[in-house]
Design a protein around this ligand. Structure first.
Ligand code: SAH
Length: 476
């Protein structure tokens, strides 16, 4: 490896947000002085190579002590022969030591806390991070596959194994620069999780609490990352049972087998045929589109979009200029892509719509900034504890101005002749609410998060049992 010594194990973070020296408040490290910290594997130094109002760079330099490393290395299998213990690349590269150092030195910054500049900590800033020597199994393409979906502009310089012997070819070391408009906490958590994933050789033993750590630091981005399975598996060092546990928690009920998804599709069809006589589905979609139009909405996210029935209606109306569909089921998104002919759409049309894979259980920054969210026949699929998570994801974090939500009215079920008494309309429904139950839930939710709510029936209204579908419209 031929990188210069002063390049070793260096992470720098630069901002040009004015005043740039506020970076010191976000990192809880004063730009005016250098500081050193003792860690179990050596020393970490934090200093600012530049700190002006226009541009400020914080640097984290790790000085890993190979002897301390061996002393502290207590793998369960007593791994490593004598030679391997002393001659390894660990001291020189941004391996998981960097992650450990990040969490020890920048714990508050990772969590998005800043005593002096709390608002700035929540704000997206122009940021550039540079890792001087990042080992990556899988090469540049892999680096890009992990970083680009997170919104980074990535530049990568590969290093040759030895400049004096070019025929040895490329090494697995890269200098990597990431650029994005993002929060400091996001940048740091991405690095924290991904550095060991690139390296694929965590220096400490992976245990159960790693699952918890991964989920905590992955909140808001990992569940929706196209490479999340890969990231999870590598982060947990290929321990299948841990990885499976993490994935299940990450994507909740979405991590079902293809078989399960197929069963779900059949059940959805059964429900559809039950309601077909009324063409209830059409009436429901009409009712939702009418509300959105009346409210003057043009940017809308459809949560649990399924095969894209509502998305198709939204595309027909030109007023909806920015449409996002999200679902936890890949299969549904594939069907939506087909049914909406996304691949054959004109470029102009294509700009109006986007489909993303994600779960309603996890805070997701891609859901922010929409005027309205629609949640059509989705909540009844969520287990009660998950319903509580969903409530916060939507009303506390995404916080659109309007939410249009529909769910079956259980009272109406007696009017479906083919539905046995006491059964739900769809085998996957976890519950179906009566009108008072729905109104109590939605009313409490509105009050808790500062929304007003009104209710409307959808479909033919029966004097005693009401309409087959109930709709709530929340306004902030
Ligand atoms: N809104 C659509 C689909 C309703 S079926 C329509 O009206 O046609 C319920 C949908 O919610 C399914 O597509 C299912 O995959 C999705 N879903 C269930 N749990 C979810 C979760 N945790 N996150 C996101 N989508 C979820």
């Amino acid at each position: 490896m031929t990188s210069r010594l002063e390049d070793a194990l260096l992470l720098t973070v630069t901002t040009t947000h004015v005043p740039a020296t506020d970076l010191g408040y976000l990192l809880h490290k004063n730009p005016a002085r250098a500081q050193s910290f003792e860690l179990s594997f050596g020393q970490a130094h934090v200093f600012y190579p530049e700190a002006t109002a226009e541009r400020c760079t914080a640097a984290l330099l790790l000085d890993v002590d190979p002897v301390a490393l061996v002393r502290d290395r207590k793998g369960p299998s007593g791994e490593g022969g004598a030679l391997e213990q002393y001659v390894n690349d660990r001291p020189y590269v941004a391996s998981s030591f960097m992650s450990v150092a990040l969490s020890r030195l920048f714990n508050a910054a990772l969590a998005g806390r800043s005593q002096e500049r709390p608002a700035l900590a929540q704000q997206a800033l122009p940021l550039v991070a540079r890792l001087s020597v990042l080992p990556c199994r899988g090469g540049e393409a892999f680096l890009r596959r992990l970083l680009e979906p997170l919104g980074y502009q990535v530049s990568v310089t590969p290093h040759v194994l030895d400049e004096t012997v070019p025929e040895w070819g490329p090494s697995r070391y890269f200098t990597v620069t990431l650029e994005a408009h993002t929060r400091v906490s996001e940048l740091l958590t991405h690095l924290y999780v991904l550095i060991p994933v690139f390296d694929d050789d965590k220096h400490y033993w992976v245990s159960d609490d790693e699952v918890e750590k991964l989920l905590r630091h992955g909140e808001g981005w990992l569940a929706a990352h196209p490479e999340r399975e890969f990231i999870t598996r590598r982060y947990l060092r290929h321990q299948k049972s841990l990885a499976r546990e993490a994935l299940e928690q990450l994507i909740g009920e979405g991590h079902s087998s293809t078989e399960e998804q197929e069963r779900e599709r059949v059940r959805t069809e059964q429900e559809a045929s039950l309601e077909a006589k009324l063409s209830l589905n059409d009436q429901r979609l009409r009712a939702v589109v009418d509300v959105l139009q009346a409210e003057g909405v043009s940017r809308v996210v459809d949560l649990g979009c399924g095969e894209g029935k509502l998305l198709r209606e939204l595309l027909k109306e030109r007023r909806f200029t920015d449409i996002l569909g999200m679902d936890v089921s890949w299969r549904s998104l594939e069907l939506a892509t087909e049914r909406l002919h996304l691949d054959r759409m004109s470029e102009l049309q294509r700009k109006r719509i986007q489909l993303i894979h994600g779960s309603l259980m996890y805070r997701d920054r891609r859901l922010a900034g929409y005027q309205a969210a629609t949640v059509i026949e989705v909540v009844e699929h969520l287990d009660p504890p998950r319903l509580a998570a969903f409530e916060r994801v939507l009303f506390e974090f995404a916080r659109p101005e309007r939410v249009v939500l529909t769910t079956p009215n259980a009272e109406y079920n007696v009017r479906f002749e083919s539905l046995p008494e006491g059964k739900f309309r769809h085998a996957d429904h976890r519950f179906e609410w009566t009108r008072p139950e729905f109104e109590a839930w939605a009313g409490a939710l509105a009050e808790r998060f500062g929304y007003a709510v009104r209710f409307a029936p959808v479909g033919p209204v029966d004097d005693t049992v009401g309409a087959p579908t109930q709709m709530a419209v929340f306004s902030r």
